[in-house]
Design a protein. Structure first.
Length: 164
């Protein structure tokens, strides 16, 4: 078993306030999707406030939502994102969120048991945006193995198309 876990941050710029009618369906699905994540194989932890989600946290501005979690490995996270009912939400993301020109998802390895801070996560996203994928900050398209894996600096990617 690896001594590392996979951390991820994804961000999204809302088209409207969470209280607007156009965001109602997104908000209505938060509890269901968070529960799905927590029951998914490989799930370890997710960022949340006392309300049970992270929508009140706005470190990048009022219109920007953040989502951060920790998973056992890249395939576990990918299966949740694209092969569970969460994919329905991914397919509808443009109903609620503006298209982003820069990277909006970053993954990196943390020592098992470590829970990254929002500041650490934003630093990883900046690193990805500035230098592209590396073992310190990567994406699904260009992922890296855990530091204690054989050939940790070797990139890998998923060859099948994203169903969302």
């Amino acid at each position: 078993m690896s001594e590392f876990e996979l951390a991820q941050l994804n961000i999204a710029t809302m088209k409207e306030s969470l209280k607007s009618p156009s965001m109602a369906d997104f908000v209505a699905n938060l509890d269901r999707i968070n529960a799905l994540a927590e029951s998914s194989p490989g799930f370890v932890w997710r960022l949340q406030t006392e309300e049970g989600d992270a929508t009140a946290l706005r470190p990048l501005g009022d219109a920007m939502l953040v989502n951060m979690s920790v998973w056992r490995d890249v395939p576990s996270l990918r299966n949740f994102v694209y092969r569970s009912t969460h994919a329905e939400i991914v397919r509808r993301r443009h109903d609620w969120f503006a298209r982003m020109a820069a990277a909006y998802l970053v993954m990196w390895w943390v020592p098992r048991g470590h829970r990254p801070s929002i500041t650490q996560a934003i630093e990883r996203l900046a690193l990805l945006r500035q230098h592209g994928p590396s073992p310190e900050a990567f994406t699904f398209r260009s992922a890296f193995r855990a530091p204690d894996a054989s050939m940790p600096s070797e990139r890998f990617s998923f060859t099948d198309e994203c169903p969302a």
